[in-house]
Design a protein around this ligand. Structure first.
Ligand SMILES: Cc1cc2nc3c(=O)[nH]c(=O)nc-3n(C[C@H](O)[C@H](O)[C@H](O)COP(=O)(O)OP(=O)(O)OC[C@H]3O[C@@H](n4cnc5c(N)ncnc54)[C@H](O)[C@@H]3O)c2cc1C
Length: 385
């Protein structure tokens, strides 16, 4: 039994994708072995140096246009990279967040000067990006954010706080969402490109998490942080609209990571149940194991087929918020069910951290919460009824 029964659809059949997958795989084999991955989990982040190596190997910002240093490729390449990371249990190396979630904001909304300043160094791995929306008292309800950006002459002065920010420790530039007009609701939110060496910018210590320990997550604090007017990304008051336009792609990035993790989990579990014996039989000989894995394979296959459907629509520019929310919600719920079952089939070993399935179980739990909690996905889907 193969892990999944999904043939590669025509839109993913492309020799350049295969070449990219092989080259990414080689890089990850050389730099992201089990020992390195364990060390990063202990340290709480991936090493900044590795980002530069990944940049030199052409793994960062592959969709950035060539005039700004990228390969001018499309989202399929990001998907292939996600699969390569997941196959090595290396999704904690948060390239997809940097490249496929954050850089599109600069490509799509940046001025020429902002693109020239940030994109080449992001592609080279010299600038690592984070995006800061969530606050201690405003996560799902982003419009309730309290961070303010007040115009003062040509500058903006930012005050406030963000929390749970991925890449927050390593980042040298953060896209910060702040209120430029506190009485204008969604139209009062703007986005800013904030360099982390700006006076008034501070990071809290690493937050200790249930999983994804090698993805650095911190709080950010801004106190009378003065930034120039040209740090505004896009139009003033358009921040919320930009977030809403780009969140469907972020949700597909999460869904691709979830499906790729499911495939890795099923592959590991199939290997395990073929090897391990109880009552003188292979674990896979028990009908319960077969039925449970049959259910998992069915769910995973449905997830991947739907994911391909959504990705084709993303590439065609027709992926709407409700459909992207269905992918994020349904696939991450399936991920939770499947990986839980995989742990069960590993028995006590599944509970031991030296087995990747235990780490996947902990890592997977965040997927149903971030990128918009799954309940918020259902709200967005319900609006399309
Ligand atoms: C590991 C990790 C990394 C993250 N990285 C980032 C990052 O890089 N940048 C960033 O900006 N944020 C990041 N986040 C924050 C994440 O996006 C938020 O945690 C998430 O959107 C939920 O917001 P909240 O935590 O404030 O929960 P709340 O908004 O307080 O919601 C708590 C729960 O209440 C329920 N709920 C809330 N509203 C509704 C509703 N209207 N209807 C029904 N149920 C509801 C949901 O079950 C939800 O999970 C990260 C979070 C985690 C855990």
């Amino acid at each position: 039994m193969s892990a999944l029964a999904v043939p590669t659809p025509p839109y993913m059949q492309d020799e350049s994708l295969e070449i990219f997958a092989r080259s990414a795989g080689r890089f990850l084999d050389d730099h992201c072995g089990p020992e390195e991955l364990a060390a990063w989990r202990k340290a709480g982040s991936s090493p900044p140096d590795l980002w530069k190596k990944a940049g030199a190997a052409g793994l960062l910002g592959v969709t950035v246009p060539p005039e700004y240093g990228g390969a001018g490729a499309d989202f399929r390449f990001e998907a292939v990279l996600i699969e390569q990371l997941a196959a090595r249990n290396a999704l904690n190396f948060a390239i997809p967040l940097h490249s496929a979630v954050i850089l599109p904001y600069i490509v799509e909304y940046g001025t020429e000067a902002q693109k020239c300043r940030y994109l080449p160094s992001a592609v080279a791995g010299e600038t690592i990006f984070a995006i800061a929306m969530t606050e201690p008292s405003a996560g799902s309800d982003l419009q309730g954010m309290k961070t303010t950006a007040v115009r003062d002459g040509d500058d903006f002065v930012i005050n406030g706080q963000k929390t749970f920010i991925s890449n927050g420790l390593l980042a040298s530039t953060v896209i910060v969402a702040a209120k430029t007009n506190s009485s204008a609701g969604a139209k009062g939110i703007s986005l800013f490109l904030v360099d982390t060496n700006t006076p008034g910018f501070e990071r809290g210590p690493l937050l200790h998490k249930m999983g994804q320990e090698a993805r650095d997550t911190v709080e950010l604090f801004f106190s009378d942080m003065r930034i120039p007017g040209d740090a505004l990304l896009g139009e003033e008051g358009e921040g919320f609209a930009m977030l809403m336009r780009n969140l469907p792609q972020e949700r597909l990035v999460i869904a691709w990571q979830a499906v790729a993790m499911i495939e890795a989990a099923l592959t590991a579990t199939l290997g395990y149940v073929r090897e391990r014996k109880a009552f003188g039989r292979q674990l896979l000989d028990f009908q319960n194991s077969q039925f449970k894995l049959a259910e998992c394979k069915t769910d995973a296959t449905i997830a991947k087929v739907f994911l391909h459907h959504c990705t084709e629509r993303l590439l065609a520019g027709t992926l709407d918020a409700a459909t992207a929310s269905m992918a994020k919600y349904w696939i991450t719920e399936a991920q939770g069910r499947i990986i839980d079952q995989c742990v069960q089939l590993h028995g006590g070993y599944g509970y031991m951290d030296e087995y990747p399935i235990s780490q996947m179980y902990r890592d997977a739990r965040g997927y149903r919460i971030y990128g918009g909690a799954n309940e918020i996905m259902k709200l967005l889907i319900a609006r399309s009824l």
